[in-house]
Design a protein around this ligand. Structure first.
Ligand code: SF4
Length: 336
């Protein structure tokens, strides 16, 4: 388990899906939660005068239906995958509270939105696979929230893994910092999926990845998933600057590569810190005391990032280190 119990005091439900079997099942799991019906989730989620930081202390769950845009093209330069890269988000917002996360800048609300009409996502995913029969079509989950962290509520992996098992030309990436791996251990591994764990040096995880499992616990989860036969991905993204970042990342890589089985390693990616300026400003306003956001960053064409020289130095150093452990064919440095 994740160590933190998922506490839900309040559940908003779109009235039109009150009888949806997934909604009925979720509500039964939280018998004490206050239930509030609404017409549309956006009435609760979108209003401007909300305080993300305050809500993050006790987010509500919003059960909603998504009507369109189930699957979107992944940003160019995403780095991993193929010519056909898509992402989909059955959930908006995250159980964890990473200070560098763009969700805090993007959304007005910290409540979790769960779109319960999984079948509509699946229809669009199937259509894309059928439209590209001779290609592998990559689908990334974990873009607008961690892929597995809310699994005890959503049963997302449980549903989607069976579905992806039936699509030979689809490839799924689950991206996570979570230890909620039961759905992965309860079934045979998929050959067309990778479980990608985001890892940071301990000192950084402790400072800026609030509520996420420690590095040790993430790695324990990764090793269990790997021994069960799943392909594993490693995501060192975003790289965070510290005075001693070289030692920190060097120690992290040594620690990780001592333990994992390279034969089951699908890919390793490295990413730089990037936030649209407006998101950066908003987060800075929410957390003025946050040291991560002080200094070092520059505005490059509307995106806040480390200055080019520093960014390149960090990328080069970490790339060099990683390539002592893995072949270049498994390495994907991402510069979005
Ligand atoms: S785990 Fe990912 S989605 Fe969740 S808060 Fe951290 S960066 Fe954001």
């Amino acid at each position: 388990m994740d160590g933190i119990l998922i506490m839900i005091d309040t559940i908003y439900i779109e009235a039109s899906i009150r009888q949806h079997p997934r909604v009925v099942e979720i509500l039964a799991r939280f018998p004490k939660a206050r239930q509030i019906l609404c017409d549309r989730y956006t009435q609760v989620f979108n209003p401007k005068a909300q305080n993300f930081r305050l809500q993050k202390q006790n987010p509500a769950l919003i059960l909603a239906e998504k009507y369109q845009h189930f699957v979107l093209s992944a940003p160019v330069g995403y780095g991993i995958g193929s010519q056909h890269n898509y992402y989909f988000s059955h959930v908006l917002n995250c159980l964890y509270d990473c200070r560098y996360c763009f969700l805090q800048g993007m959304y007005q609300s910290a409540h979790y939105v769960l779109f319960v009409n999984y079948e509509s996502f699946q229809t669009e995913i199937t259509e894309l696979c059928l439209a590209n029969p001779s290609a592998t079509v990559h689908f990334f989950s974990g873009y607008d929230g961690d892929s597995l962290a809310l699994e005890p509520i959503s049963r997302f992996a449980e549903h989607f893994l069976d579905f992806f098992a039936s699509l030979p030309n689809a490839f799924l990436e689950l991206r996570t910092k979570s230890t909620q791996i039961r759905s992965l251990l309860n079934r045979p591994p998929l050959v067309n999926a990778v479980v990608a764990f985001s890892l940071s040096p301990d000192a950084i995880a402790n400072k800026v990845e609030a509520k996420a499992p420690t590095l040790q616990r993430r790695l324990d989860a990764l090793l269990k998933v790997q021994s069960h036969g799943w392909s594993i991905g490693l995501r060192f993204d975003p790289l965070i600057y510290q005075n001693d970042y070289r030692e920190q990342y060097q120690r992290l890589f040594a620690y990780v590569f001592e333990r994992i089985d390279l034969a089951q390693l699908h890919s390793v990616s490295l990413g730089t810190f990037r936030l649209p300026e407006a998101f950066f400003k908003k987060i800075h306003k929410l957390y003025p005391e946050e040291k991560l956001l002080a200094g070092f960053f520059v505005n490059q064409h509307g995106m806040m990032s480390y200055a080019t020289e520093l960014e390149q130095a960090m990328m080069s150093y970490c790339s060099e280190q990683l390539l002592t452990y893995i072949p270049a064919s498994k390495f994907f440095p991402c510069r979005l």
